[in-house]
Design a protein around this ligand. Sequence first.
Ligand SMILES: Nc1ncnc2c1ncn2[C@@H]1O[C@H](COP(=O)(O)OP(=O)(O)OP(=O)(O)O)[C@@H](O)[C@H]1O
Ligand SMILES: [Mg+2]
Length: 287
Amino acid sequence: MAISFKEVDHYYPGLKKHEYTVALSNINLEINDKNEFIAIIGKTGSGKSTLLQHMNGLVLPSKGNVVVFDNIITPKKKKNPKLKNVRKRVGFVFQFPEYQLFEETVLKDIMFAPKNFGLSEEKAKAKAIEIAKLLNIENLLNKSPFNLSGGQMRRVAIAGILAYDPDILLLDEPTRGLDPKGAEEIMELFYEIHKSTGKTIILISHDMNFVYKYATRLVVLNDSKISYDGNKIDLFKNNLYIENHLEKPEVLKLIDYLNDNLKTNIPYNIFSLEELISYLGKEVYNG
Ligand SMILES: Nc1ncnc2c1ncn2[C@@H]1O[C@H](COP(=O)(O)OP(=O)(O)OP(=O)(O)O)[C@@H](O)[C@H]1O
Ligand SMILES: [Mg+2]
């Protein structure tokens, strides 16, 4: 098991003494290091970002412990392992990753983390160029990261994390603020990385269309607790999504409509509008 939560609570201190907010309550969770594409979903303030931040030691549990690749993270700061070891293996793409940029050029920015984790200048440069090609930002390498569009900045920041090749990728709303095409491209990119390397990806998203299309396991937070951990079909088939304040994906709304009004019997294991169109095309063609 790559990441394991044991009875974890997290409390944030409030403004007054003895006041605090419960952000996580009794979290038990097991995540494999390979082949998982997990979406963490739930309404705003339910604890998603706090949960994700525990997975690479950005915040410590208030109670219980989190094990990340054999490093046991506990509430006691002094007793904890070096978090650099954890962060090398678990990469975190923040909600607005572009705020992490700071170097003179895009190339230097992408090289920063691999160098920090021990790669030579030469190897870090080669890796940065390889990743820039993958992300289609090769032409930006000599520019200042501050003279780019929001979408380009986001790609540079993501490149900086892919460049040190973490085993697991944590993504906190990576498409937020991007236009629909940019958002789709970024999601496709993460999906490609997941498919080609088997790396586990853990994504926070409010976009149920992306979640239904890409994730294979859903973890739902409701009021700081895990209220569902399982496959995506059951969550939306059983109305469980309603009590968890979630929106139904568009493709399922359309399938419901067709099944209710045209007496079709389309299954729920169709995960995007493109897939539905292709399914309907085949059905009609086959008569
Ligand atoms: N730094 C902080 N200090 C105090 N309280 C915080 C802090 N960060 C989060 N909280 C509180 O902890 C709870 C969980 O917050 P968290 O950011 O994990 O939610 P979230 O599910 O990621 O929400 P969103 O969908 O809006 O990003 C909320 O009640 C929030 O107000
Ligand atoms: Mg959040």
